[in-house]
Design a protein around this ligand. Structure first.
Ligand code: OAD
Length: 253
């Protein structure tokens, strides 16, 4: 059952408790979602102002949507790339990046495609949903995915440099499997002492399933989120607040 006391003393006690757990943790795994980039100005998907409030995922983030209207899908990704390119990593990214080099047993699993963890200098990370800064051949000609940071992206849709077919964003869409290597890394990282869940609504699988997996394997699970989520009741400690504030407090302990 999640603990968490909303009074000022309660919040301080929870931070102290989390900090003690972190200090003892040989293996620390952090799962992040869109909320970790909210303070950077990157829109989340659900909740007030979330992308899925204004756009239908079925029209923009599925292989079927791309097959039907690649120009529309690319316009949306090109818009998101421009928006993200103007954003900077925030304090939450910075704290996690510092932990990633300071803790030998650290692993970061992110659902984010924005590249802000990388820009903050995070080591030991797995991008479960790919990267908006990577392109892939839609025809699967065998060319390796390639990096592209052009903003705006031209021509639109872009082309595969190897075979000339249309390129697609290097992200995982709804209905697509995750890269088996990433899944294997995530599975391995879910065996840990502390599993921290930061800024995710915990509704998209298989990423969300890692939380219960870690718990069943004996990890102490800490959630950092200003709102409650479907996993809030099963975590060991809920730190109610924005990631950039709570992680800063933990880093200062
Ligand atoms: P969501 O938009 O579903 O959830 C964002 C979460 O961040 C919510 O629980 C918010 O309460 C929380 N939040 C907002 N501001 C925050 C802050 N400053 N600090 C901490 N938390 C904050 O985003 P994800 O859970 O990442 O997948 O979504 C999972 C996946 O669904 C995404 O990777 C994407 C999306 O559709 C694909 O596109 C495949």
């Amino acid at each position: 059952m999640a603990e968490g006391d909303a009074t000022e003393e309660g919040v301080t006690a929870d931070i102290t408790r989390a900090s003690a757990r972190l200090a003892q943790a040989g293996r620390l795994t952090v799962l992040t979602g869109a909320g970790v980039s909210a303070a950077s100005g990157v829109p989340t998907f659900r909740g007030a102002g979330g992308l899925w409030r204004h756009f239908r995922a079925e029209d923009l983030a599925t292989p079927g949507a791309f097959a039907r209207d690649p120009a529309l899908v690319w316009e949306w990704y090109d818009w998101r790339r421009s928006l993200i390119a103007a954003c900077q990593p925030n304090r939450a990214h910075e704290v996690l990046a510092a932990w990633s080099t300071a803790h030998r047993g650290f692993a970061l699993l992110t659902q984010n495609v924005d590249g802000l963890h990388e820009r903050a200098g995070t080591a030991q990370m797995t991008r479960l949903h790919g990267s908006i800064w990577t392109l892939r051949c839609w025809n699967e000609c065998g060319a390796a995915p390639w990096a592209n940071r052009d903003v705006p992206l031209r021509p639109l849709p872009p082309r595969c440099p190897s075979c000339g077919a249309m390129a697609r964003p290097g992200v995982v869409w709804f209905g697509e499997p995750l890269d088996p290597l990433d899944l294997a890394r995530a599975d391995q990282a879910s065996t840990c002492d502390v599993f921290m869940v930061v800024g995710t609504s915990a509704v998209v699988h298989p990423a969300a399933g890692l939380i219960d997996l870690a718990r069943v394997r004996g990890a102490f699970v800490i959630e950092i989120n200003p709102e409650s989520t479907p996993v809030s009741d099963m975590v060991d400690l809920s730190l109610r607040g924005p990631a950039e504030v709570v992680l800063d407090a933990l880093a200062s302990c």
